[in-house]
Design a protein around this ligand. Structure first.
Ligand code: FPP
Length: 252
């Protein structure tokens, strides 16, 4: 995928938001529904959140849809989730086209079935020209996997392994690092999500279960972000001096 040209986010709005969409299972269980009903509702919540992000000027949204560790869930939930994503893709592409969303999948595609892999590639191809919002879906993804695959790729090419070369060989090389990482569902963990790219992200934990994460909840997270002072290792006094750039040292 070529690097998309991204619109600049308005002041106080994170250009890139990443989300651990946690709480689908509990949302369903509380309603005496099968866990899969919670994941289905999670897809609705994702559609709403992607639209709301684009409306607020966010240019990249990255979500954790299926982790390398999710294979350890009961077999019916795993197959149900894979099926849900495959179906959601074919159903959602027309909406994504209308909303100007460019899809990109990040994760280990090699170990997916050919049917799922082709579905992901087709959805990426169909939306490749969109420019309003990049939606990265981390699927069969783990932060440790991403670092290891980048190192292995560089080693196989005989290239030096440096912070910069690793960064450009990882799954999110086509977008800037996330400014804000949100986790819903009341847990306060990173759970192997964007271990490298979240080095300087602001973190926001919401007690809402993912299916209940609406525009108001998103605005709370953005408002919290707008109040943070991002120092990237510098002092507060340096940051207040406009001559010092407020950027990640890796990209300075
Ligand atoms: C975590 O909730 C959620 C997941 C493991 C799956 C998230 C996936 C989606 C919302 C579908 C995405 C679809 C597309 C097309 C990208 P949990 O099951 O761990 O909830 P719990 O903590 O309440 O048990």
């Amino acid at each position: 995928m070529g690097a998309p040209s991204l619109p600049t986010a308005p002041s106080g709005v994170p250009a890139h938001i990443a989300i651990v969409m946690d709480g689908n299972g509990r949302w369903a269980t509380r309603r005496f529904l099968p866990r899969l009903a919670g994941h289905r509702q999670g897809v609705e919540s994702l559609r709403r959140c992607a639209r709301a992000c684009a409306d607020r000027g966010v240019s990249v949204l990255t979500v954790f849809a299926f982790s390398s560790e999710n294979w350890n869930r009961p077999a019916d939930e795993v197959s149900g989730l894979l099926d849900l994503v495959a179906r959601a893709l074919s159903r959602e592409v027309p909406h994504l086209l209308k909303d100007g969303v460019r899809l990109h999948f990040v994760g280990d595609k090699e170990s997916l079935s050919e049917k799922v892999r082709l579905g992901l590639c087709e959805a990426e191809r169909a939306t490749a020209h969109n420019q309003r919002l990049v939606l990265n879906v981390c699927f069969n993804y783990g932060g440790r996997w991403d670092i290891a695959q980048a190192a292995a790729t560089l080693a196989a090419r005989g290239e030096p392994i440096t912070e910069a070369s690793l960064h450009t060989t990882m799954g999110l090389a086509h977008v800037p690092d996330p400014d804000l990482v949100i986790r819903t569902g009341g847990e306060m963990r990173i759970s192997n999500f964007l271990l490298w790219q979240a080095a300087y992200s602001e973190l926001f934990f919401s007690d809402r279960l993912w299916p209940d994460f609406d525009e108001t909840a998103l605005d709370e997270a953005i408002a919290s972000f707008a109040r943070r002072e991002r120092r990237f290792g510098r002092t507060s006094a340096q940051v207040l001096n406009a001559a010092v750039p407020r950027t990640d040292p890796l990209h300075a």
